[in-house]
Design a binder for this molecule. Structure first.
Ligand SMILES: N[C@@H](CCC(=O)N[C@@H](CS)C(=O)NCC(=O)O)C(=O)O
Length: 276
């Protein structure tokens, strides 16, 4: 059984970016692959058998496939502890996990909403302006929180780069790409610049930015029903509470949004794993 690391992912996915940064920080070689049908709603039985959530990232190692970026990060840290990315101490660890949780849910939803506007052309002009204005305010709120956590330290993880930084950077670089960077001259801006100087981050963010032109060709595919966007959890909540309930209703009427398919879990079969 192979002990190599295979990462099913998409370059732009912030969740996959967290994993790529961590693997690179640890100097681990890994293979990347984007599953066929990802994001379109089309089926991919081979990938779904390994990951019934049909999401990326998923990491295959020693015959086992692990989904969810948080679980993957914890797995990598346990299997490959050097250099450690999680700081010592229960409080410090909890702080890193809180940064990760808030960024993966509240912050991610804002960037996702900006993507629904820019890449997938959701809403009429008035709704688009409303949603954009809400997103601008919310990104500012996330940046204020991160800057408070940063304090006078160089990194969210303290004196050295670590878990909190690699979990927050994909979101701050993504909203910067949408034209909403940290305030000029702020400590958060200086942190972002420091982060972008790390090879692990620079390479990962460059891969994400390289696919933006492809994303910008997707608006028509969504309108024609060839691309059904996954509306779930914090993303669905973001769209509704930010003023986009009509986007959800239109998406249902036009059959170009979808929700998690639990039948994939029912059909899933355990495969033998060597474990480690
Ligand atoms: N909680 C999951 C979220 C993963 C996720 O939402 N991935 C998105 C890409 S950013 C995805 O694969 N979506 C599948 C789809 O849209 O079909 C994690 O942390 O890995």
């Amino acid at each position: 059984m192979s002990t190599s690391l295979l990462l099913d992912q998409h370059p732009l996915s912030p969740y996959a970016q967290k994993v790529r940064i961590l693997l690179r920080e640890k100097g681990l070689a890994f293979e990347c692959r984007t599953p066929d049908g990802l994001g379109s709603g089309a089926d991919n039985p081979d990938f779904v058998q390994r990951n019934p959530r049909f999401e990326v990232p998923a990491l295959t190692h020693n015959g086992a496939t692990i989904f969810d970026s948080t679980i993957i990060l914890e797995y990598i840290e346990e299997c490959f502890p050097t250099p450690p990315m999680m700081p010592a101490g229960a409080v410090a660890k909890a702080r890193m996990r809180m940064i990760e949780e808030v960024c993966d849910t509240h912050y991610e939803a804002i960037n996702w909403g900006l993507g629904e506007l820019r890449f997938f052309g959701r809403g009429d002009e008035g709704m688009r302006q409303t949603l954009y204005a809400v997103a601008v305010e919310q990104v500012g709120q996330m940046h204020a929180w991160l800057q408070t956590l940063l304090g006078d330290e160089s990194w969210l993880s303290g004196a050295s780069f670590g878990w909190g930084d690699l979990c927050a950077l994909p979101y701050v670089t993504m909203s910067s790409m949408f034209g909403l960077p940290p305030a000029a001259g702020s400590r958060l801006e200086a942190w972002l610049e420091r982060g972008m100087k790390r090879a692990s981050v620079a390479e990962t963010v460059a891969e994400a930015l390289a696919v933006i032109p492809i994303m910008e060709t997707r608006t028509e595919a969504v309108k024609l029903g060839g691309f059904k966007r996954h509306y779930r959890d914090h993303r669905l909540e973001w769209m509704i509470r930010s003023g986009g309930l009509q986007v959800v209703l239109d998406g249902l009427a036009n059959d170009n949004i979808r929700f998690t398919d639990l039948a994939r879990f029912a059909a899933w079969k355990e495969e033998p794993s060597t474990g480690s």
